[in-house]
Design a protein around this ligand. Structure first.
Ligand SMILES: *[C@@H]1O[C@H](CO)[C@@H](O)[C@H](O)[C@H]1NC(C)=O
Ligand SMILES: *[C@@H]1O[C@H](CO)[C@@H](O)[C@H](O)[C@H]1NC(C)=O
Ligand SMILES: *[C@@H]1O[C@H](CO)[C@@H](O)[C@H](O)[C@H]1NC(C)=O
Ligand SMILES: *[C@@H]1O[C@H](CO)[C@@H](O)[C@H](O)[C@H]1NC(C)=O
Ligand SMILES: *[C@@H]1O[C@H](CO)[C@@H](O)[C@H](O)[C@H]1NC(C)=O
Ligand SMILES: *[C@@H]1O[C@H](CO)[C@@H](O)[C@H](O)[C@H]1NC(C)=O
Length: 679
């Protein structure tokens, strides 16, 4: 009975759409609306809506376009691959498998170069019907974000497109049960129910596969916003993309941003560990047992489980040939860091010295498309993921079972991620160490004195939040039902950083704020801490001559973003957009590190950290703007990323007049009843 209702209802839903529209002349405006439908409805339901079907050109055929497609080579290449055979429908796709990536990119290239939205739409629907669904999703989203005519269109958060990469199987199982049984018609609230909330635990609540204290950190590792951020980071600068060709994240920053962002992610994670008094991370040696296990509780869309890695196991034999390559690449990369000499593809040697050198080095370590010699330096990044994920070696390129480390949106869930980037961070720091500490002259900014700096009370807590995952039009009465996962997430009270600056003359100044540890896990004084600081804020401002008082609110921090999701609203209004009632919503993605996670948890009795403030004259002559599609509207910098802590720094140098280092205590309000008290 229930099933019948469902089928009838689906039929009713299809019929309820507008009058059939006959295939018309190319209409770019309509194509935009229909593409919006593909993104917000087809990706979720796996079906083409009536509106889309009515507007598909039944005679669209690829060979017809071979002579006229703006990038003829791209279309011809795709067509040849397609006829030869590509990844079958239903198979799993990972961008870290080179053969599969090539195929997915060939689809992207066709979409990216379609002459107009109408052809883009026609090709996209054709591809939906004919290529692997995961390829389609990847190519479609990437193409939209890289096409000038689409790029400001509102896009769904990755966790709503691929919930199975963000939530555990047990959680999704509960959601599916609701949907399958239409239980929500029977639960409390009856006919009026239009919200279903399932409790969402993190990995390890049911079976703790380990006595490892890190199993207490899953709330951080599995935070959907953090993982969405990392997924977007990939979109911002996909390693396979040529930065000059696609005019994306400025060419001259790509490698340095790679190091800088991961440096911050690693250090932020270290602070979370400290908050639980967990010791520093161990270093992975590929020949020794890997201490850190990972027991994912996730499944692929085809029902297969993510591979796991037991604690204290050695790298399996079938990965040894990869280990041999990786160790070779690791030592070559370290040699570049220590010597500053790069071997180019033709055997010539080049010296890397300054910030530009760092950028080149970053590209080499990532092994991205801009790498000078990926033949010789490989990709330490990819190979490490491939080995540490412990995935089985595929029988053929179409039957892979990638590990969590082999997807941008799941890799940060595996604590192994941080071991890999700890090593990569070491190449970065070694490179910077070779350049040596900044001189006092470089660090000073005459005429600027930070007379005082302080912070309001820092309080963290956990809150329960309903995270929107998906929605359906309820069959019985066409009412929209939203599905949420209720998760316990780390957050903090808003806080202010107060900086008093005296200047000799009115000037433009740049201000940098960092947070770092004071004590180690045993509460002992920590030495050489500067490498453990992460940057929370950077901005350029005007200072007047004399005394200035700056009150910087945590919500204004530029390097993180405050939660403002409206996926649910967009999902609900797809119909209006498709029918032209509402315009296609513009919502350029502004993502970044979640502001909610900017502070580590700390301890109930308070835990001392340190805040470092650096104020200096802004040097207009050296100003460069980092253009970013997502993270900020663009930041203008006059110094390298992470300056001045990007080079080794002794604590006593923190004492220059334009810098200020002070203690900040973070209180974790474990007792949730205390939350309403004023801090
Ligand atoms: C598709 O092609 C057929 C035969 O070539 C033609 O009769 C038909 O009108 C075409 N349909 C459209 C919508 O152009
Ligand atoms: C979540 O985990 C807690 C223990 O950490 C357990 O008591 C609770 O039953 C779990 N909830 C669900 C819905 O699995
Ligand atoms: C996780 O945290 C709880 C509470 O602080 C503690 O009792 C437990 O020992 C920790 N688990 C591990 C494996 O360290
Ligand atoms: C870099 O990208 C260009 C353009 O897509 C491509 O032709 C080239 O093969 C890529 N190079 C590498 C090393 O991946
Ligand atoms: C840490 O260092 C400070 C100042 O350097 C000193 O006063 C304090 O006694 C030290 N604390 C410990 C636990 O060593
Ligand atoms: C649900 O279905 C009704 C009737 O077809 C339609 O009017 C409404 O817009 C749909 N809601 C959504 C969010 O798609």
């Amino acid at each position: 009975m229930i099933r019948q209702v469902a089928i009838l209802a689906v039929a009713a839903f299809c019929l309820a759409a507008s009058d059939p529209v006959h295939v018309k002349a190319p209409n770019n405006e309509l194509a935009l609306r229909l593409t919006y439908d593909l993104v917000w409805r087809t990706q979720r339901t796996g079906k083409l809506s009536k509106e889309v079907q009515d507007n598909v050109d039944p005679n669209f055929s690829i060979p017809d376009y071979l002579p006229t497609w703006p990038d003829k080579e791209a279309l011809a290449d795709f067509w040849a691959r397609y006829q030869y055979g590509m990844l079958p429908p239903g198979a799993i796709f990972s961008i870290y498998h080179a053969d599969q990536l090539e195929e997915a990119v060939s689809i992207f290239k066709v979409m990216h170069t379609a002459a107009n939205p109408w052809l883009f739409f026609q090709f996209s629907v054709w591809a939906f019907k004919n290529v692997n669904r995961e390829y389609w999703t990847y190519a479609l989203n990437m193409a939209i974000m890289y096409r000038d005519d689409f790029k400001s269109m509102a896009m769904p958060s990755p966790h709503t497109i691929f919930p199975n990469y963000f939530f555990n199987t047990d959680v999704l199982h509960q959601l599916h049960t609701f949907r399958m049984d239409y239980q929500y018609e029977a639960i409390e609230g009856g006919e009026n129910v239009h919200e279903v909330v399932v409790p969402g635990n993190y990995t390890n609540w049911y079976i703790t596969g380990s006595m490892n204290p890190e199993s207490n950190l899953t709330y951080y590792l599995e935070d959907p916003d953090l993982n969405n951020f990392y997924a977007y980071l990939h979109v911002e600068s996909p390693f396979w993309m040529s930065s000059t060709m696609y005019n994306q994240l400025s060419h001259e920053f790509r490698g340095s941003v790679y190091f800088w962002v991961h440096h911050m992610l690693i250090n932020r994670y270290r602070m979370e560990r400290l908050s639980h008094r967990i010791p520093m991370m161990e270093t992975v040696d590929w020949k020794q047992p890997i201490a850190m296990g990972y027991y994912p509780q996730m499944t692929y869309s085809n029902g297969l489980h993510f591979p796991r890695r037991d604690e204290w196991t050695k790298v399996p034999m079938f990965k040894h040939h990869h280990v041999q390559h990786l160790e070779k690449y690791e030592s070559r990369v370290m040699e570049v860091a220590e010597s500053g000499i790069v071997v180019e593809r033709d055997g010539n040697l080049k010296h890397l010295n300054d910030a530009e050198g760092l950028n080149i080095f970053g590209n080499i370590v990532e092994g991205n498309n801009d790498s000078w010699n990926s033949f010789y330096y490989g990709s330490v990044d990819h190979l490490s993921r491939h080995i540490l994920g412990f995935c089985l070696e595929p029988e053929n390129k179409y039957q892979i079972l990638p590990s969590a480390l082999e997807h941008a949106s799941t890799s940060m869930r595996d604590p192994g991620f941080y071991r890999i980037y700890d090593k990569i961070d070491d190449y970065y720091r070694t490179f910077m160490k070779r350049l040596g500490p900044y001189t006092k002259n470089e660090l000073a900014s005459p005429g600027i004195t930070v007379t005082e700096a302080s912070v309001s009370k820092l309080v963290t807590y956990f809150e329960y939040t309903n995270v929107f995952v998906t929605g359906v039009n309820r069959t019985a009465d066409n009412k929209w039902v939203s599905f949420y996962v209720r998760q316990r997430r780390l957050n903090h009270h808003p806080f202010d950083i107060n900086i008093k600056v005296h200047t000799d003359e009115a000037t433009k100044a740049s201000i940098r704020i960092f947070l770092g540890p004071k004590y180690d896990q045993y509460g002992r004084n920590m030495t050489d801490t500067s490498k453990y600081f992460y940057q929370v804020d950077y901005w350029v401002t005007d200072l007047k001559s004399g005394d200035n008082e700056i009150i910087r609110k945590s919500t204004e921090f530029t390097l993180s973003v405050v939660d403002h999701k409206n996926d649910e609203h967009f999902y609900k209004t797809v119909n209006k957009v498709v029918h032209g009632v509402d315009p296609v919503p513009k919502n350029p993605i502004t993502t970044g590190f979640p502001n909610r996670l900017i502070l580590p948890r700390g301890l109930p009795e308070g835990m001392k950290f340190q805040i470092f403030v650096d104020v200096r004259k802004f040097d207009e002559t050296k100003a460069k703007t980092l253009k970013s599609r997502f993270f900020t509207k663009g930041i203008t910098i006059d110094k390298p990323f992470g300056f001045p802590l990007d080079r080794p720094m002794k604590e006593y140098t923190f004492g220059l007049p334009n810098m200020h280092l002070f203690d900040a205590v973070i209180y974790y309000y474990a007792d949730e009843s205390k939350l309403n008290l004023t801090a």
